[in-house]
Design a protein around this ligand. Structure first.
Ligand code: NAP
Length: 462
């Protein structure tokens, strides 16, 4: 059997391998997903809830094993892996409950002898494709929502991090979630993608990954008119006004940026600092970042781990070099870490302008790109000057300004005076080329149901 080998990005050593499935293997798994739908969708929401809850309890009881595996296959440090598991478990717990609250409506009718009833039905068998940067949470979030709504789901995890997905599958089976309700396939994405998009029995695809592949999948899905959720790339502005609590702002920035070594779609990509506090921010930032170690993630304290693979570190290194060629200055770091391998130094770049490549590129590495600005109007316009619109951060103590930012910034999420975005109860998602659809909260489950209106006429009510 052909296999996919999974390597530890910190050490380069082989961790394990998983199936490199053939087209017929994938088709069989799709059949199972389709065949499991009628029974699963007919279950009571409360019965599905019990199974999701069983799964939640089993995974929670073995959190350390999941955390260690994830640190080994992804590189993020243990404390981050544990945090990601709590975050992902939060979705399973939330949707185990939310599935019981997929309410319909009755609507005042136009028919004197009739009644209008609106119901919500599970959309059908679904598929999903996920990236490597959140190997646990991304899968838990999608599967929990689909299953709670009464849908079945087949998932293709990223080639770099399939082991967490298979472990989640194993625990789901032990929890009593039947075969076919949740399936995992691994193999060539160029083969699997069209099998998902071209199959008219699959009614919805949820994709998280790059905008480029999102567009490709949307194109491929046009023939079968599938409902899509697209969680794509970002180019998040992080704005610090001089009226902000500067220490808090820098703290929020460091934690948001260095999470997963900067390989996060909501990572601050363009840091805008108002002129009067620029030097202070750079001083505090340099001080804070220079204290953080770059290490293998299998340690208790927070460390910046490796990038996911050679392609990723080459891309970050080339982008930093290009920025320097274009006139940027290095305040800290600026090169591959002396440890070698896939480790890159946490880096702070200044003297940047909006026409440099880095301004329009998703950095996906531990690199702070810091720009200065003068006025609120100017920074809003610059923040919006991107094809992306996932999240925007700003720190200010001015309430009116906070409201103006919330209204005028074009992104699916605006986070004020915090560097922390996600939790199960909020709608996560973007606008513009960051995609469409929402995950999390009661909005998330709407993506997996169809709204049906029934007119009951001839009721002889008059
Ligand atoms: P990617 O290259 O788009 O890969 C994501 C997934 O798509 C992987 O499972 C990959 O499989 C698969 N894939 C690749 N080519 C495909 C094809 N032709 N057909 C079908 N599937 C295909 O993205 P990435 O580099 O792994 O992840 C980083 C990107 O994801 C960034 O742009 C980031 O911003 C975005 N992201 C967005 C969010 C969000 O919520 N908005 C969250 C996290 C990441 P293989 O791994 O097997 O190649």
């Amino acid at each position: 059997m052909k296999t996919i080998k999974v390597y530890n990005p910190s050490t380069g050593s082989l961790i394990d391998e998983c199936a490199d499935m053939s087209e017929s293997d994938v088709k069989i798994a799709i059949d199972r997903t389709v065949n499991a739908f009628p029974d699963w969708s007919k279950k009571l929401a409360s019965e599905r809830s019990v199974l999701l809850r069983n799964w939640y309890e089993l995974v929670k009881a073995d959190k350390e094993a999941f955390a260690k595996l994830m640190t080994q296959e992804n590189g993020k440090c243990l404390s981050e892996s544990r945090g990601e598991i709590d975050y992902g478990l939060g979705f399973i717990e939330w949707y185990a409950e939310e599935g019981k609250r997929v309410y319909g409506d009755t609507i005042p009718t136009h028919d004197p002898n009739g009644a209008v009833v609106v119901t919500k039905e599970p959309i059908g068998p679904t598929a999903s494709i996920t990236p490597w940067n959140f190997p646990f949470m991304m899968i838990a979030r999608k599967i929990a929502t689909a299953l709670a709504a009464g849908c079945t789901m087949i998932i293709k995890p990223a080639e770099d991090t399939p082991l967490t997905a298979y472990k989640l599958l194993e625990y789901a089976r032990t929890a009593g979630i039947p075969e076919g309700v949740f399936e995992v396939v691994t193999g060539d994405p160029k083969m699997i993608g069209p099998l998902f998009t071209g199959d008219s029995r699959i009614k919805k695809i949820s994709f998280t990954g790059s905008t480029q592949i999102g567009k490709l999948l949307a194109e491929q899905s046009a023939n079968t008119l599938k409902k899509l959720t697209m969680e794509l790339g970002g180019n998040a502005p992080f704005i610090i006004f001089d009226d902000a609590q500067i220490e808090n702002a820098v703290k929020g920035l460091v934690s948001a940026k260095l999470r997963n070594s900067g390989q996060v779609c909501i990572s601050p990509n363009r840091v805008y600092v108002q002129g009067a506090c620029f030097d202070k921010v750079i001083g505090l930032l340099t001080d804070a970042v220079s204290k953080i170690k770059v290490e293998d993630g299998l340690r208790e304290e927070f460390v910046v781990g490796p990038l996911i693979n050679q392609k990723a570190i080459d891309k970050v290194s080339a982008l930093v070099n290009k920025t320097i060629e274009q006139g940027g200055k290095i305040a800290l770091g600026g090169k591959n870490d002396e440890k070698g391998g896939l480790f890159y130094e946490p880096t702070i770049l200044t003297d940047l302008t909006d026409n440099m490549d880095i301004h329009n590129t998703e950095i996906f590495g531990p690199v702070f790109a810091v720009y200065s600005f003068d006025t609120e109007e100017e920074v809003i316009s610059r923040a919006n000057d991107t094809e992306y619109g996932l999240v925007s951060y700003a720190y200010t103590e001015n309430l009116g300004r906070a409201f103006r930012l919330s209204q005028r910034i074009k992104s699916g999420m605006v986070v004020l005076n915090s560097g922390s975005v996600g939790t199960a109860s909020v709608p996560f998602g973007g606008v513009k080329e960051s995609g469409y659809g929402r995950e999390g909260s009661y909005y998330g489950i709407e993506e997996y149901v169809e709204v049906k209106y029934t007119l009951f006429s001839g009721l002889n009510l008059q």
